[in-house]
Ligand binder design. Structure first.
Ligand code: BG6
Length: 322
């Protein structure tokens, strides 16, 4: 289908529902823009990636999108909520070797998803449904039959439900994450609360260790702060929140179907190496990701499904609450 026909088809089938407009952006990517009585949002159909969500009472977007993000077919977009699936990190579960170069965090974030419908909810929120199923290309990267559905609910809060279904005849193992980039005032000023006492794998310490050495799991004491690069995978099933005194807000993260929370900020040297973050842009972002990573693999028998879900909402940060 040519891009003109595809855009016309999307608009004819779903446009206008609950403040939904489609547009074709740079390099032929498609975007679903939503404006309803609660918020503005934008979802890129490549990767089913939410790029923007800003409730009308917020002076700043809640999600961070790099000014240097590459918006191009087949390229991972730096910011918003990339979907890491069917593996989180460099390798598929059970595989000793990293996958092919460029496929860290799986292929779902660089595939074109289909748009499966929009719904206006009674409270004025808008729900979008996107879907990805296996193709010749995905089976080359990962030999499994699946049906992956993302439901995004855009309102005063933002909800995402990612349902993985095994449509094949063999067991499949997945790791996954909703890799959310939050917009913050400055990385020096924020703190992530709710992870105290949880054990974590420290990827920065593991990289610094001798080859083949694995860093001992550590236990979180108090709030997570950022004196430098932080890259940690926590074993944590509960939610958490980010206190941001400069923007005067708390970002609350509730989740279910998730046994891992990943906290990441690249700091300056890694941000420069990544090549798609504008100078100093890393100071205004923190990733707090909800997923199932490392040993928290999800096993799906034929016909079985699993739902990973998150809900984000913003509260004012009262003085002295940090
Ligand atoms: C985080 C990982 O989830 O994603 C980091 O913990 C990684 O190790 C980061 O660097 C970004 O990954 P990518 O593939 O989007 O550059």
């Amino acid at each position: 289908m040519t891009s003109d026909i595809r855009l016309a088809d999307l608009c004819a089938r779903h446009g206008g529902t609950a403040g939904l407009v489609f547009r074709e952006g740079p390099a032929g990517l498609f975007f679903a823009d939503v404006t309803n009585r609660h918020a503005h949002a934008c979802v890129c159909l490549q990767g089913a990636q939410v790029l923007h969500w800003q409730p009308h009472d917020q002076a700043h977007p809640v999600l961070w999108l790099s000014a240097g993000a590459r918006l191009a077919p087949g390229k991972a977009i730096r910011g918003g909520i990339p979907i890491c699936w069917p593996w989180f990190g460099p390798a598929a579960p059970g595989s000793a070797q990293p996958q092919a170069a460029g496929s860290a965090h799986g292929f779902a974030r660089t595939q074109a998803w289909s748009f499966n419908g929009a719904q206006a909810l009674a409270d004025g929120a808008t729900r979008l449904c996107l879907r990805l199923t296996d193709t010749v290309q995905t089976r080359e990267a990962w030999p499994a039959a699946f049906d992956l559905e993302l439901r995004v609910t855009i309102g005063a809060s933002l909800g995402l439900e990612l349902t993985s279904r095994n449509t094949g005849s063999a067991v499949i193992m997945i790791t996954e994450a909703l890799h959310t980039y939050f917009r913050i005032g400055d990385i020096d000023a924020i703190a992530v609360h709710g992870l105290a006492g949880e054990s974590y794998f420290d990827a920065v310490a593991a990289t610094a260790a001798a080859p083949a050495a694995s860093a001992e799991p550590a236990e979180q004491e108090g709030a997570v702060r950022f004196p430098g690069e932080v890259d940690r995978v926590y074993d944590a099933r509960g939610g958490c929140h980010i206190d941001d005194p400069l923007l005067g807000r708390q970002l609350h993260i509730a989740k279910s179907g998730s046994a891992s929370t990943i906290v990441w900020n690249p700091w300056n040297a890694k941000a420069e190496r990544l090549g798609d973050i504008e100078p100093g842009g890393w100071r205004q972002m923190v990733c707090v990701e909800s997923g199932n990573a490392r040993a928290n693999t999800v096993r799906l028998a034929p016909g079985a499904s699993h739902c990973l879900s998150v809900r984000y909402h913003v509260k004012p940060l009262r003085t002295g609450a940090a």
